[in-house]
Design a protein around this ligand. Structure first.
Ligand code: HEM
Length: 529
């Protein structure tokens, strides 16, 4: 036994040394922390547990509802520690304006993801880290989608909106497929000048729709790779890693969407035989610059391709907004009747609405605004992230904090919106004009600060022409049950980053025989063109 004594002694010494080292480390951490925070507290929030922090406080489904409840309990901002990672919930218009708008130089980063590179989507600038690479993409995008450029796309939008009407007239029960196809077709034409109805583009449009479907699907749930990142290195044949096959399929569709339409435009552009489109405009600008920007053509081409992909994917939100809007008008007949009355007065029975009518179609524009408020497609926007330490209202916000603005809660705040679950476009009309205030935060359906949706003006055009045209000729009604009675559908938004109405059923019928004739005539006119 005596022989073991020196060993016991050195074990005791090692333990004492380790303990001292641990204590010193703790003291050092605390000193660094108090120097960083200067004694300021973290924002309020539920008490964290050791190691897992507030993991158990994270709502698992429809997080915007749980976050709203956390904010009612703790205040307009709530701090959570999720497995050591700082998260800040921003629950009021005031806090969002201060944190995400006024300090957007510090709050416009994005959180790195382990999943996105596996599906090839890390090249979309919506998810890029804040910095020059992101800035170059955003600048390229803005050159072709700023308000001064948008009238160039009106013919395409109008023509395909008319095609949507014809499709809805023929098979209204397939409204979702028609909407998705037409919106993809608009993106294909506006971005790449390609006609989705031509047989040679069939595969392309199929792959594009697959890319949209799988990326949205992945955005609706937490993927195992984001929880246990090292499993991303496991090949698909390893038990439990079968998800790799689905990710690889999604990546193939995303890369196809990035490369193939771009290659088509580029080939046509190089031969001088291209149609005007956003990507050709960017190629032409690149040529005009002739390398003066010191970044080289390969870099610029990559930026153009990636910006095209981000625009195609970004525009998908319009599809979900329209699903929500059609549901809203079918369930709120009074709003629909007012929209019909306005269209009858301003446009009349002999033609379809056009962009020039927009100023006078105040109710239609208010109806679109209300639809974006009522059904919030990105209820928590896209997560932002702080670059540096910051202070708000005396609270310390560490660098690297993920910021989740609860847009849904801001747009359903009963203090601002009376009966927020009701669909009432009148909220946005005062003295016969469209009326919004900074307090109502309705602009936040398009996001915040430097990351605000750069496609918002283009989206407004898309929504306007589709909604005005569809409401001019169709009546949207609730679906009927087996006894022929109308079904009351309460809006229930799907769980996920991108959220859509879980039940969007409605019946779509022409308002009159004349309305149906208008649709058919518009179709003949566009075929003749
Ligand atoms: C109703 C339609 C739309 C809604 C509600 C919407 C909403 C949003 C929101 C909430 C964000 C996140 C902003 C943030 O992080 O704070 C965003 C980002 C973005 N949107 Fe949209 N959007 C719509 C249509 C479009 C369209 C039509 C395009 C493309 C033509 C587009 C392209 C983008 C892009 C590229 C980003 C990423 C911006 C960045 O990270 O810098 N969006 N959008």
């Amino acid at each position: 036994m005596d022989a073991l004594r020196p060993f016991e002694h050195s074990l005791g010494l090692a333990a004492a040394l380790f303990f001292t080292y641990f204590i010193l480390l703790q003291i050092r951490e605390r000193m660094i922390w108090s120097l960083r925070t200067r004694g300021r507290p973290l924002p309020p929030g539920p008490r964290p547990l050791p190691i897992i922090g507030n993991l158990l406080d994270m709502p698992s489904l429809r997080q915007w509802l749980g976050f709203r409840d956390l904010c009612s309990k703790h205040g307009e901002i709530v701090y959570l520690d999720i497995l050591g990672k700082p998260v800040l919930i921003v629950g009021s218009v005031r806090a969002a304006t201060e944190i995400l708008e006024k300090r957007s130089a510090n709050t416009s980063d994005r959180t790195p993801s382990h999943l996105l590179p596996l599906i090839g989507n890390d090249i979309a600038f919506s998810v890029m880290r804040y910095g020059q690479w992101w800035r170059d993409h955003r600048r390229a995008f803005w050159q072709v989608f700023h308000p001064g450029q948008l009238s160039r796309y009106h013919d395409v939008e109008r023509g395909l909106a008319h095609e949507l009407l014809a499709r809805l007239l023929e098979s209204p029960q397939d409204s979702k497929q028609h909407l998705r196809f037409i919106l993809s077709a608009i993106s294909m034409k506006v971005l790449y000048g390609l006609d989705a109805n031509r047989a040679e583009n069939g595969e392309l449009i199929g792959m594009a729709q697959e890319a949209l479907r799988c990326t949205t699907d992945l955005a609706t749930r937490t993927h195992p790779v984001d929880v246990v990142p090292f499993i991303r290195h496991f090949p698909g044949w390893v038990p439990g890693a079968g998800f790799q096959y689905a990710l690889a399929k999604c990546k193939a569709a995303v890369i196809h969407l990035k490369e193939v339409p771009f290659a088509k435009v580029k080939a046509a552009y190089d031969k001088g035989q291209y149609q005007h489109c956003a990507i050709a405009a960017l190629l032409s600008r690149m040529q005009a610059l002739g390398g003066q920007d010191n970044v080289g053509d390969t870099y610029q081409e990559d930026v153009i391709k990636n910006a095209g992909l981000a625009a195609f994917e970004g525009a998908d939100t319009t599809f979900y907004s329209l699903l929500g809007l059609f549901l809203a008008v079918s369930q709120f007949p009074e709003a629909q009747a007012k929209a019909h009355a306005e269209l009858d007065r301003v446009v009349g029975p002999d033609r379809l609405p056009d962009f020039g009518d927009s100023k006078e179609l105040v109710y239609i524009n208010a109806l679109i605004k209300e639809a974006l408020r009522w059904h919030v497609v990105l209820p928590l926007a896209l997560p932002h992230r702080t670059v540096e330490d910051d202070v708000y209202d005396g609270y310390f916000i560490p660098a690297g904090t993920m910021i989740l603005p609860n847009t849904w809660a801001m747009l359903h705040d009963p203090e601002v919106y009376d009966s927020p679950d009701e669909f009432r476009p009148e909220r946005f009309i005062r003295n016969g004009r469209l009326h919004t205030t900074a307090r109502d935060g309705s602009a936040f359906s398009f996001g915040y600060g430097r990351r605000v949706c750069p496609g918002r003006y283009y989206a407004d055009d898309l929504l306007y022409i589709t909604v005005a045209s569809a409401l001019h000729v169709f009546r949207f009604e609730p679906p009927l049950d087996e006894r022929g009675q109308p079904v009351k559908i309460e809006l229930r938004q799907s769980h996920g980053l991108v959220s859509y109405p879980e039940d969007y059923r409605c019946t779509i019928k022409p308002r009159s025989a004349e309305a149906a004739k208008l649709v058919l005539n518009a179709q003949v006119a566009s075929e003749d063109r």
